[in-house]
Design a protein around this ligand. Sequence first.
Ligand SMILES: C[S@@+](CC[C@H](N)C(=O)[O-])C[C@H]1O[C@@H](n2cnc3c(N)ncnc32)[C@H](O)[C@@H]1O
Ligand code: SF4
Length: 451
Amino acid sequence: MSKLEEDLVAKYDQPVPRYTSYPTVPDWNLESFEKSQYLEGLSKSFKDNNDEGLSLYIHLPYCESLCTYCGCNTHISVNHQVEYPYIQALLQEWRMYLKLFEQRPKLKEIHLGGGTPTFFSADNLKYLIEEIKTSVELLPDYEFSFEGHPNNTSYAHLKSLKAVGFTRVSFGIQDFDRKVHQAINRIQPFHQVAKVTRWARELGYKSINFDLIYGLPFQKESSIRDTIEKVNSLCPDRIAFYSYAHVPWKRPGQRAYDEADLPDPSLKRKLNVMGQALLRENGYLPIGMDHFALSEDSLVKAFEEGRLHRNFMGYTTSNGQLLVGLGVSSISDTGYGYAQNAKSVKGYLMHLGKGELPIVKGHIMSEDDREIKTRLLAVACEQKIQTKEALSLYSGQRKRLEDLVSDGLLEKTADGFAVTPTGTQFLRNICSLFDPNFGKQKENKVFSQSV
Ligand SMILES: C[S@@+](CC[C@H](N)C(=O)[O-])C[C@H]1O[C@@H](n2cnc3c(N)ncnc32)[C@H](O)[C@@H]1O
Ligand code: SF4
């Protein structure tokens, strides 16, 4: 890494949100949230967006064991009796939404996230999807995807999910180093990953994503190099290269290892820059925050054609505005407001038991919120800032914009500013320009570091 690059990464490495929503969850105005007003927004959004199609995120929270680094909402259990009641609860929640919609929904996307969706048996997952499919009109270009843990994704999972319409799978890889695996309580041999990847290809999955993380305990330049080499030999279509989010105050599991075993900030930055360079050398193009894909991938095409979108599920080619989240801790986004479900299975089931939607908090969007969200999305997806948007910045924000230009992360264009190739790894920082709440968090311990 050049001295210049090192200085830039050090300068911009600060706590910044990932901006999967605006306002970000810690900035939601919880006091003024009214469920009835939220549901009015839902109906309006359904009318506006049904032709584009609805996106459905389904959270399946269980995992058999805890990977100590994990920042996701998980419930650790080895008892598979929990599967069926949870699936029934998801279907009950879905039926409550169906009653609120005035017509049969058109469905564009389903994403099964977790936790570990493949904790559930292939039959239970198939049943869940078949039931949902009976209640919707599927759009011709629908996309179903799921997160699979390579250690428990079976051939039956891949086959059954393919049979009900899944064509995309994302495997959690993180790293291939044995010492790292031991520290994160996730022993996951390369041959296991190679096997599930081969199965997915044989069964005709058209897109395979691998999640990688840099900044895990005991990672060093040689282990990242080795991991990326192994990943490259399996040729996934997409790769997410995440910065390890160290948030032990939220995820006590992360206290299982000694902080001294984490790469120090300077090494972590080196791992990031080196990893990104290797991915590019291997033909992976950056598409927004943390994500890379081979040139023929639909996300790359959508980026090149200015059709890329982003929602709570990540980058997508769908331009629908309505995302319904089912299950524990899921967040729904209507374009007029956000709502989050109860975070514990017990709380989630309790609300459903009373016949009510399990929403426990949310935010109603103001006109200003909607405007700012549009600007953030233009940075995250099109990597552009229009002149009139730049002019609307307050003086402090304008000074930051000038800094970004003089540091070579943004460049002036005929109609505004564009993110430079160097700037692509600082998209979170560039987005934060438009966030009036940025830097005003009561404490820094809300977001993870940007790099
Ligand atoms: C729900 S998991 C993926 C599915 C499955 N549970 C698995 O682990 O294979 C989602 C992804 O979030 C990422 N992740 C989890 N905790 C993280 C953390 N603390 N920092 C950065 N990324 C994290 C990992 O890359 C992980 O693959
Ligand atoms: S990384 Fe995946 S398998 Fe591990 S605890 Fe988190 S959600 Fe579960």
